[in-house]
Design a binder for this molecule. Structure first.
Ligand code: GRF
Length: 210
């Protein structure tokens, strides 16, 4: 099986990037990160070690110019999978269409609830009993796109948004790399916006044990 070539887009801390780097270093994961692209030269995630290209695209650029640069880098890198990991820019159809079904994202809520920012605060204020994280394909809509996997956790009324965020982030670090692994093993397919996992029971078991 060939290696899945992965490009990760980040804007900040990069803890999900690190989790994906760690997973890709495992022998049974036929994936390698070939590039990390950031719109923020100060992103601490750029300090992550690995044999991949680190590319910074000036965030001050006009959206179209930014995306032309991004598109050019992606065309050179030719990734099989593009992982958004705390990438704080909304991609337009110019990028999305060219890389259809190849861009995935992690969002810290159980989508379609709480799209956008400040998810934990909004979940707590809404009084929901559960929250979690979602790995999904990226389409033209904000935090839309077909859902690949979700991990849920019960919300304790006394929790602060910081505590909830920490709890969910740990879950993200487990599920996101696992989904990258399943892509590498060609166990994920999408037909008519529905996502199919080859061994769904196994993934559900994995999720249950997160
Ligand atoms: C995560 O909470 C992720 O769900 C959201 O942005 C945050 C990124 O964190 N999309 P990190 O940069 O991976 O540490």
């Amino acid at each position: 099986m060939g290696m899945l070539k992965v490009v990760v887009l980040i804007s900040g801390r990069g803890s999900n990037l690190k989790a994906i780097i760690d997973k890709c270093s495992k022998k049974d994961v036929p994936a390698k990160i070939i590039g990390v692209i950031s719109n923020n030269s100060n992103a601490s995630g750029l300090k992550s070690n690995g044999k991949f290209k680190k590319i910074i695209i000036n965030n001050e650029l006009h959206k179209k110019e930014f995306e032309i640069k991004l598109q050019n880098h992606l065309k050179v890198l030719k990734p099989d999978l593009i992982c958004l990991a705390g990438f704080m820019k909304i991609l337009s159809p110019f990028i999305i269409k060219r890389w259809k079904n190849k861009i995935i994202n992690v969002h810290p809520s159980l989508l379609p609830a709480f799209k956008g920012l400040n998810t934990h605060e909004r979940a707590l204020n809404a009084g929901v009993k559960k929250s979690g994280c979602t790995i999904h394909f990226v389409d033209e809509s904000l935090d839309g796109g077909s859902i690949i996997a979700q991990v849920a956790t019960a919300i304790n009324k006394k929790m602060t948004s910081n505590e909830l965020s920490k709890k969910i982030l740990k879950m993200e670090h487990k599920i996101y790399p696992e989904i990258v692994k399943l892509f590498a093993k060609k166990e994920i397919s999408v037909k008519k916006n529905k996502v199919f996992i080859k061994d769904e029971k196994k993934l559900n078991f994995f999720i249950k044990n997160i």
